[in-house]
Design a binder for this molecule. Structure first.
Ligand SMILES: [Zn+2]
Length: 109
C-alpha cells in the first residue's frame, strides 16, 4: 500500500483506542516499512529515565514525555485547503506525482 502521508503534513486521529481520537497534529516521522507514524502531541508516552552516575554525582533526568509511533491507518490527512480529514488520490503528470483532495479537488503538494 502506498503511503500518502508525509512528514510535515497535518493529520487527524480517526480511529483506534487512543484517548487522543479527533485530535490533530503535525507528522514528525513516517515509517513506511512498519506502517507507522509519529505525530506531534498525539499518543504521548512517558519514558522513565534511569539514574546516571557521573563524576560522583547522581543525575536523575526523571520522566521524559515523547510521542510514540502508532499505525498509519489511525490517521487521516487533513487537507490544507478545505481543512477536513480528506481522502486523497494520487495524480501523475509531467511534473511528477501529486496528491489531490477528493473533497475539494485541490492539489495538496
Ligand atoms: Zn480539500
Amino acid at each position: 500500500m502506498r503511503v500518502k502521508i508525509r512528514k510535515g503534513d497535518t493529520v487527524e486521529l480517526i480511529s483506534g483506542k487512543l484517548e487522543d481520537k479527533g485530535k490533530r497534529g503535525e507528522v514528525l516521522k513516517v515509517m513506511p516499512e512498519d506502517h507507522r507514524v509519529v505525530v506531534q502531541g498525539l499518543n504521548i508516552r512517558t519514558k522513565h529515565q534511569k539514574q546516571v552516575q557521573t563524576q560522583g554525582r547522581t543525575i536523575n533526568p526523571g520522566r521524559m514525555k515523547f510521542e510514540a509511533p502508532f499505525d498509519l491507518s489511525n490517521v487521516m490527512l487533513v487537507c490544507p485547503k478545505c481543512n477536513v480529514p480528506a481522502r486523497v488520490h494520487i495524480q501523475r503528470d509531467e511534473d511528477g506525482v501529486h496528491r489531490v483532495c477528493k473533497n475539494c479537488k485541490a492539489l495538496i503538494d
